[in-house]
Design a protein around this ligand. Structure first.
Ligand code: G3H
Ligand code: 13P
Ligand code: ZN
Length: 311
């Protein structure tokens, strides 16, 4: 099976009350950890590549790693550009074989966001590629750009219908209180997603797939392992998983997770180095790191997204 778009997987997810996981990939061990979990659980999958990942690993290497995963697993896998910030990067990914792109013009005015998104949609649809757009601004860090909580803003439900109609986008990322990175909230605060906004958006866009970014839960057991093994991550807090599960049962069809994979990988390697100071073969510490990613993804597929068995 070749790489697929997200069209069919979103339709099934919407009707089935679950979401598809979109996991960020940067190297071979991450691709393998994610796809081995999805294969064992027969789950549909979105592998996504940021501008930073492309700069780090190179478009072709990532493309070929993902193609290898398709061959090895036989799963329906979509390859998606995460947070494309210009027409040019979207075009480059479309021309280079991605099946889905995000144009993130959410920091621009509504009219500028509509104009840029429409331009990407026209090119993408001419090439059989689907487009995710964004309305509203998340707090946190993405591609080295940091947005303060005060500068973030919830999506305005009254804008979504006009935005989708005028742009022709295939899915829409909205801001309902999620946030990028591992430091999402001040310690002691209780995160609460704005389900009222999600419900209002879903009412105005019946059947239309909604996307949540910034959906790592920052498991405290991994933060603890990092801090006990020479790391320093006080105050790393994430989104409660029960709230994500609820969102997945509603109109949310794609949930983005990156930071939790980074935490699992880093915690495992830090602990490994502490326990085996004499080891220096990268395979020795990357093997348990890859296994930790696999376990984390398996947990997300079953307990958060509910997409196991849906491939
Ligand atoms: O939302 C951002 C993703 O976590 C990707 O992060 O830009 O550091 O690759 P990155
Ligand atoms: P996290 O930082 O919460 O994992 O979010 C990832 C993301 O939104 C990628 O686009
Ligand atoms: Zn994101």
């Amino acid at each position: 099976m070749p790489l697929v778009t997200t069209k069919e997987m979103f339709q099934k997810a919407y009707n089935g009350g679950y979401a598809v996981g979109a996991f960020n990939v940067n190297n071979m061990e991450i691709v393998q950890g994610i796809t081995e979990a999805a294969a064992e659980l027969n789950a549909p999958l979105i592998l996504q590549v940021s501008k930073g990942a492309r700069a780090y690993a190179n478009h072709t290497y990532l493309m070929k790693l993902v193609e290898a995963a398709v061959i090895e697993t036989g799963l329906p896998i979509a390859l998606h550009l995460d947070h494309g910030d210009s027409f040019d990067i979207c075009k480059s990914c479309i021309d280079g074989g991605f099946t889905s792109v995000m144009i993130d013009a959410s920091s621009k005015s509504l009219e500028e966001n509509i104009a840029l998104t429409k331009q990407v949609v026209e090119y993408a649809h001419d090439h059989g590629v689907v487009v995710e757009a964004e309305l509203g601004t998340l707090a946190g860090i993405e591609d080295e750009v940091s947005v303060n909580a005060e500068d973030s803003s919830y999506t305005r439900p009254e804008d979504v219908q006009e935005f989708v109609e005028r742009t022709g986008c295939d899915s829409l990322a909205i801001a309902i209180g999620t946030s990028h990175g591992a430091y999402k909230f001040k310690p002691g605060t209780k995160p609460q997603l704005r389900f009222d906004i999600l419900e209002d958006v879903a009412r105005r866009l019946p059947g239309f797939p909604i996307v949540l970014h910034g959906s790592s839960s920052v498991p405290q057991e991994f933060v603890k392992i990092i801090n006990e093994n020479g790391g320093n991550m006080p105050g790393a807090i994430g989104i409660p998983e029960d709230q994500l599960r609820k969102a997945a049962s509603m109109a949310v069809c794609k949930i983005n997770i990156d930071s939790d994979l980074r935490l699992a990988m880093t915690a495992t390697i830090r602990k490994y180095f502490n326990e085996h100071p004499e080891h220096f073969d990268p395979r020795q510490y990357l093997k348990p790191a890859r296994a930790a990613i696999k376990d984390m993804v398996a947990h997300k597929l079953v307990d958060v997204l509910g997409c196991d068995g849906k491939a």
